[in-house]
Design a protein around this ligand. Sequence first.
Ligand SMILES: [Zn+2]
Length: 520
Amino acid sequence: MPHEILPTPAGDEFAAAFIRSGLPVVQPATARTAGEGPYDCIVFQNGLLIDGTGAPMWGPVTIVVQKGMITSLTKSHHAPPPREGARVIECHGQVLTPGFIDCHAHIGAPFHAANGTMPHADYVYALWLAHGVTTIREAGCFNGLTWTKDQQAAAAAGRIAAPRIHPYAAFPATNDYVNILHTPDAARDWVARARDNGAEGVKFFGAPPHVMQAALAECRRLGLRSCCHHSQLAVGRMNARDTAQWGLTSTEHFYGIPEALLERNTVQDFPVDYNYSDEYRRFSTAGTTFDQAARPGSPKWEAALDAFIAAGHTFVPTFNVYDTNRDLMRMRGADWHAVYTDPNLWRYFQPQRGGHGAYWHRWSTRDEVAWRNAFRDWMTFVNAFKARGGRVCVGSDSGFMFQLYGFGYVRELELLLEAGFTPLETIRAATAQGAELLGIDADVGTLEVGKRGDILVHDHNPMEDFKLLYGTGALRLADHTEDAGFVRGLKLVIKDGIIYDTDALLADIARQVRARRAQA
Ligand SMILES: [Zn+2]
């Protein structure tokens, strides 16, 4: 009998391509090695509440969580005594917030395998949990949709210590990676098969316009959501304004925004010897796209904002992953690398020919200045969109360009403040609005009766200083002495009735990193 080659399941094409090129996928988590519980009933007593809706802090409140769901939330002096057998957490002087949602996350990436054995998925999950991330949108499932669905089910059942996972399958119509869909019929058929395989949405990088339009229409018909990294190879035929009007749910990063604002040209005026496959040229030139765009407040700029609002579009900027372009030394020297960055990731981040986002051997002061200027325009746009009522969500895209899981998420909160968001708007973007983007806002995103008890217990109000959320903490002087030290605000992370102590998570991550370095 001839050897039969099984077709790759829809959503597994990128993983299959990585494997074919010798890059294995990440080792999945197989057992829960952290957290206590699940508890049938947890009572959070006397905490101050930031509920995620945009309401200011109030309290003290008492919250009862039964079988993972919030069954009561009242001012503490109205709360009945906790029922017998309940796990009571006294939160006097502490602050309660919803768990955070990372709307642009990758559970590792096979790219990293080029630099040796990758860390286990447990390492990535622990970093997220230690920074309060209880839900992620897997933007592309590069380990495969099948792999990601397995991890999603294990996380939902509490068999592994991981955030809730919402898989978005990568649309295999990219010129530079996998390109197997060439007609509207093929696009519709693939979207339906990806849905059958459990995708909740589709991650696009662009496609021929008629193929993209067919896929987006099919997503909408089947109730799938969508996000797009508008690749420079595709954006000449579809900027973010076009795809928003075709029904795309969210634009990731910034690509496609300045292209929607071009007024002197119809496509970016690239250097004539630009080669997109040269990562240095790709990223240094990307820092100049906003220079060619309409200025803030100009008629073209205002019209674009109006169009995005009218389309009900969402932006997930992932500012943090481009932050390194503004100041390489800052991110390369970040406090956390010494203790928490896995040796494989550290090697991957270093300058190397052929690596994705590893072009630092050519990075210059001029490149950093260009990116600082680009950030000003980009942040002005994102903040203006927010001010008009548009939804902006928090995504980290960590695992590239010196950005580490969890830490990159907190950096994103800092960068939203820099863009002009208030602390409360930033918390809402990280919670309620992330849930709305994923279509799970009936279930998570705010702390209200009937929703899941994804709850963070903070020793300090995170709105005072988002640096308190870093696993390394914020630098402070001790009371009454001249001793400086790092103070961490996030104490406990609760999901599905399981209590994760962030001290224990961070100690375990540090231990894993030490062990991996010893092996290396
Ligand atoms: Zn990404």
